[in-house]
Design a binder for this molecule. Sequence first.
Ligand SMILES: *[C@@H]1O[C@H](CO)[C@@H](O)[C@H](O)[C@H]1NC(C)=O
Ligand SMILES: *[C@@H]1O[C@H](CO)[C@@H](O)[C@H](O)[C@H]1NC(C)=O
Ligand SMILES: *[C@@H]1O[C@H](CO)[C@@H](O)[C@H](O)[C@H]1NC(C)=O
Ligand SMILES: *[C@@H]1O[C@H](CO)[C@@H](O)[C@H](O)[C@H]1NC(C)=O
Ligand SMILES: *[C@@H]1O[C@H](CO)[C@@H](O)[C@H](O)[C@H]1NC(C)=O
Length: 373
Amino acid sequence: MTRLLLGVTLERICKAVLLLCLLHFVIIMILYFDVYAQHLDFFSRFNARNASRAHPFSNSSRPNSTAPSYGPAGAEPLSPSTKPSSNQSVTEKPLQPCQEMPPGLVGRLLIEFSSPMTMERVQRENPDVRQGGKYTPQDCLPRQKVAILIPFRHREHHLKYWLHYLHPILRRQKVAYGIYIINQYGEDTFNRAKLLNVGFLEALKDDEEYDCFIFSDVDLIPMDDRNLYRCYEQPRHFAVGMDKFGFRLPYAGYFGGVSGLSKSQFLKINGFPNEYWGWGGEDDDIFNRISLNGMKVSRPDIRIGRYRMIKHERDKHNEPNPQRFTKIQNTKMTMKRDGISSLQYRVVEVLRQPLYTNITVEIGKPPPRLARG
Ligand SMILES: *[C@@H]1O[C@H](CO)[C@@H](O)[C@H](O)[C@H]1NC(C)=O
Ligand SMILES: *[C@@H]1O[C@H](CO)[C@@H](O)[C@H](O)[C@H]1NC(C)=O
Ligand SMILES: *[C@@H]1O[C@H](CO)[C@@H](O)[C@H](O)[C@H]1NC(C)=O
Ligand SMILES: *[C@@H]1O[C@H](CO)[C@@H](O)[C@H](O)[C@H]1NC(C)=O
Ligand SMILES: *[C@@H]1O[C@H](CO)[C@@H](O)[C@H](O)[C@H]1NC(C)=O
């Protein structure tokens, strides 16, 4: 009895295995014909799917203009001022607008400050940068014209590294740009924000077509060229993760290091404060101005917005500003009267160097009651 039962069970197992094999064979055949059918039109008629789909061995190259373009992480960049013309004439070949995400970017970069650097070397590396530190892409129409403003005094050594790294990055990012160092004349207390206000006006005097302004410290180098130096729908903070802060944002309202505002965003907040003498506070004041005017800071992804800072000792005449904590409480009251509208300065000299424009300005000194500290 048990023997009979065993026999029946074995037979069933054998049948099941056979059935499985057959099923397997059928599936293989279906897959085989499915692939093969794509090569032969004859079989495609038997294919359930639409025969008109792409033929793998045929010439499926598409015009380059249809290549998808990806916006950077975070907010969308401003829409281009020039739209591609619908009139596509093959013969004259007009320049196309540069892609939102330029194809020549390399991503993460190795940044180091140990190899010796000279201005001559940086010039040799960047033969296509025009006098005054200007550049325009030749193979596409740039979507924005960007003035990069660097508040400056006695940091020639850092400037060489900054130019060495930034010129090639900006070139790959396909924007039209000009580099301006705003050099504070004399040895009075440093005033970063006021220098940047000066830079805004002086850059526009140099070229009224600038529509985007990027404010960068001279010792900060981006570690990823996908961190696009251009303006966005909202004011941009670029230096999200610096090595000195462990590649993290030190606090939610941080707006220091490298930031960017379009011309209209900058004017909307009446520019930057002129009354922050010494180190610190002015970036928080700018953040307040942005929020109080109904805008919101946009940032790149933390993995892309990484920065290396060139190590240095604190500069002379740039001691921490003891007033900064009380001043940033009062932005709402002060921003209307203190800003680009109340700016006063005197240009001492403008020198157009091969890789940058050097604007030396006299911006005065802190009022005497603050001088004691
Ligand atoms: C096959 O695709 C073409 C266009 O791609 C379409 O016009 C046609 O109606 C499709 N036919 C079927 C049977 O889906
Ligand atoms: C593909 O297209 C190009 C030009 O569009 C042509 O020169 C080439 O011969 C084509 N190749 C095939 C396999 O049809
Ligand atoms: C299309 O793109 C490829 C590589 O991106 C380039 O080599 C080629 O010249 C482009 N063709 C046209 C017509 O722009
Ligand atoms: C397209 O270009 C042709 C000549 O190149 C011109 O005559 C025509 O008006 C243009 N059409 C549009 C819509 O721009
Ligand atoms: C900028 O120009 C001033 C003189 O106008 C000069 O003292 C200073 O060294 C220059 N700085 C740079 C970095 O070229």
